[in-house]
Design a protein around this ligand. Structure first.
Ligand SMILES: Cc1cc2nc3c(=O)[nH]c(=O)nc-3n(C[C@H](O)[C@H](O)[C@H](O)COP(=O)(O)OP(=O)(O)OC[C@H]3O[C@@H](n4cnc5c(N)ncnc54)[C@H](O)[C@@H]3O)c2cc1C
Length: 455
């Protein structure tokens, strides 16, 4: 990056918010897994949409490449700079508007963390329907940019289903507001809000969002159901879906649970540890009755069942599921594949995945867990070197053979960019590239992420 560009950025943001100090830059230059890193020319911290706009205009003038970054918890390298790019840290845009109880909506700055938004909404008996383990750090802007899913998709859908309006600075250098009023019905042309959701910082920098909220449940019941195979667990899904109180269905395998037990130094509530355990969340007033109906319908024995009816107990059971990513990370650098399978292939995938990885990475540790009711599994592989593409390739290859998706909820980032054409097809990718060149004509927004280079 040219000195003149940094000088212009300083004159827009002030010296304090254009950071070149390597120690301060460092946490912005590596992703959560440690698999992706790069040396940024600078980290800039705009404090308003107008300042983001000016940053984009400076970048256009000088041909500077920008990497939008929120909480940097994304797992596909999309927020990690490639050498020489400028990181745009959006966390100063954390303002939360008043909760609109009439509409059950709120306007949230892109830099607000999920936890801060939840505390704000819950004070009004409401909450954002999307929840995920990285809640204390992940930002609303990052969650929109990745169309994050999380644990409650089975009930409420992903981030796109919560997003009503957006404010964004496009790569063209235009500040666009689309339905920040949160109108529920607005059929007036192309869906810019939906398009920006899941665009991974390649079309625009999101500065504000208008979000739908749902009632915060008065009770949340957590239930562990142990099964002797993944096939049996999948077969229980229709019984689970029949309960209108259903809010989450998370799958854990025995090897993952043993890893977490080791990591936390705690014994799993079900002993012996079942081959496959589902963590089910039920909300509403009938949770306990519903849990009884469920246990009877699935035929799971009492010995293979654990129920938590209070918040502390439920949090204790959730710790098992949420402990998976950190327990894997404690073992070393993690290769992550986040995939969706058709429901009738989930069990085949599960029986074939360990061998598929063993073939390319002998002795690697493979941990599989995920959001079962969404057909979404997370495959974590520990052992291979950071630049070894084979483990993730082996997973994705199998996923495509079985008719699934190479990214369920984490996005494409740099990690899966080579797979986009195989997943979506040449003509669909060409259409996406056309959108990209219209909204980011100079290619300054997150080049190297999501789309293959235009031919
Ligand atoms: C322990 C753990 C558990 C997780 N669980 C889940 C889960 O259950 N479900 C799930 O979906 N994900 C999960 N994730 C992944 C991650 O938390 C989500 O992808 C989240 O949405 C990223 O938010 P972020 O603010 O950290 O974004 P970042 O990592 O900072 O950025 C992610 C992408 O969005 C772009 N971006 C960020 N902010 C903006 C903006 N304002 N405008 C435009 N582009 C932007 C970046 O350029 C990048 O491409 C988990 C991660 C961890 C570490």
């Amino acid at each position: 990056v040219h000195d003149a560009a940094l000088r212009d950025l300083r004159s827009v943001l002030g010296d304090r918010y254009v950071i070149s100090d390597p120690d301060v830059r460092a946490p912005h230059e590596v992703d959560w897994t440690g698999r992706w890193r790069g040396v940024a020319a600078a980290v800039v911290r705009p404090g308003s949409a107008e300042e983001v706009l000016e940053v984009v205009q400076v970048a256009r003038r000088h041909g500077v490449q920008l990497v939008p970054q929120g909480g940097n918890t994304g797992l596909v390298g999309g927020a990690t700079p490639r050498d020489g790019q400028v990181v745009v840290d959006l966390r100063r845009l954390r303002e939360l508007g008043p909760v609109d109880e009439q509409a059950a909506q709120v306007t949230a700055g892109a830099g607000a963390t999920l936890t801060s938004l939840q505390a704000h909404a819950r004070a009004h008996g409401l909450e954002l329907a999307v929840d995920l383990g990285a809640r204390d750090t992940a930002t609303i802007g990052g969650m929109v940019a990745t169309n994050a899913g999380g644990t409650h998709v089975v009930r409420y859908g992903p981030m796109r289903a919560q997003l009503l309006g957006i404010e964004v600075v496009l790569g063209t250098g235009a500040l666009v507001q689309a339905n920040l009023a949160g109108l529920l019905k607005d059929n007036t042309g192309y869906d810019l809000v939906g398009l920006l959701c899941g665009s991974e910082g390649t079309l625009g920098i999101i500065t504000r969002t208008r979000l739908r909220l749902v009632p915060a449940p008065r009770t949340r019941l957590a239930l562990l159901l142990g099964f002797s195979s993944v096939t049996d667990a999948v077969a229980a899904l229709p019984h689970l879906r029949a309960r209108s109180s259903l809010a989450a269905v998370e799958m854990m395998r025995r090897d993952g649970i043993e890893l977490v037990a080791d990591h936390l130094g705690v014994a799993f509530p079900l002993q012996p540890v079942p081959v496959c355990t589902l963590l089910v969340e039920l909300i509403g007033d009938d949770g306990e009755a519903d849990a009884g109906v469920l246990v009877a319908a699935t035929g799971v024995s009492d010995a293979s069942t654990a129920v938590a009816t209070d918040e502390v107990g439920a949090a204790g059971l959730w710790r098992w599921r949420e402990g998976h990513p950190e327990a894997a990370a404690a073992r070393g650098l993690v290769h992550k594949a986040d995939v969706t399978l058709p429901f009738d292939e989930l069990s085949t995938f599960n029986t074939r995945i360990d061998d598929a990885i063993e073939r390319v990475a002998p002795g690697a540790l493979t941990i599989v867990y995920g959001h079962l009711a969404d057909g979404n599994l997370h495959v974590n592989v520990v052992g291979p070197a950071a630049d070894d593409e084979q483990p993730v390739d082996a997973v994705l290859d199998l996923v495509l053979q079985l008719g699934g998706s190479v990214s369920a909820e984490h996005g494409i980032g740099v990690a899966k960019r080579r797979w986009v054409v195989r997943q979506r097809g040449e003509t669909a990718v060409a259409a996406m590239q056309a959108v990209k060149s219209a909204l980011d004509p100079d290619g300054i927004l997150n080049p190297g992420v999501l789309l293959p280079d235009a031919r």
